[in-house]
Design a protein around this ligand. Structure first.
Ligand SMILES: [Zn+2]
Length: 195
């Protein structure tokens, strides 16, 4: 069996224990330009029913790659130490590739927002990322926030983007139906109230 980690981390980055020893992190040891490849996640794929029974430590390092499919790193490597931030400098390109959303300087921690990959409640927590715009709680429903959809456009995992597109189409259809109903009511000579 190979001991090589299932994830890849760019040689411009390093995985290390956080200064306060609260956990691991990934930090730039060389500058990375916007669009540069940072990490490729890998591992074993589990369906939701099996995945949710795995130990919490394994689940928290995993990545949702489809509506019901999860990538569990084995063996765990430094590429799996990328943390969440509500003000991230990295985003997803496809399901498993992490790229720089902006230029990253030496010494900066590399983070992405879990809203880019998660639609299921498998890794929810009180966020201590310290960003001025920290939303306090990270949940599997954060992808539904219009502000995040706008900020991370182009950096969502494909399965999340499909959900966003479907939600927006649904909202447009609802608004159209509402407009037509209102027009119809006026054309019919008045709106009936009550009933
Ligand atoms: Zn936060």
């Amino acid at each position: 069996m190979s001991k090589q980690p299932s994830s890849y981390l760019s040689s411009k980055l390093e995985g290390r224990l956080k200064a306060d020893k609260s956990g691991n992190s990934v930090v730039a040891r060389e500058p990375v330009q916007k669009g540069g490849l940072l990490a490729v996640f890998g591992g074993v794929v589990y369906e939701w029913e099996t995945f949710i029974c795995l130990p919490e430590r394994e689940r928290s390092l995993s990545l949702q790659i489809e509506d019901r499919h999860f990538l569990v790193p084995r063996p765990i490597g430094k590429g799996d130490f990328v943390n969440h931030s509500c003000n991230p400098n990295a985003g997803l390109s496809g399901q498993i590739i992490l790229v720089a959303m902006r230029d990253i300087q030496i010494g900066e921690e590399v983070c992405f927002d879990y809203a880019m990959s998660d639609t299921a409640p498998y890794d929810e927590f009180d966020c201590l990322c310290g960003a001025p715009n920290c939303r306090g709680k990270v949940s599997g429903a954060d992808w539904q926030k219009p502000e995040l959809q706008k900020r991370y456009a182009g950096y969502f995992s494909p399965h999340v983007q499909r959900k966003i597109d479907a939600l927006k189409a649904e909202q447009r259809a609802f608004e159209r139906a509402l407009r037509e109903k209102t027009r119809g009511a006026y054309a019919g000579g008045g709106v009936q109230v009550g009933g």
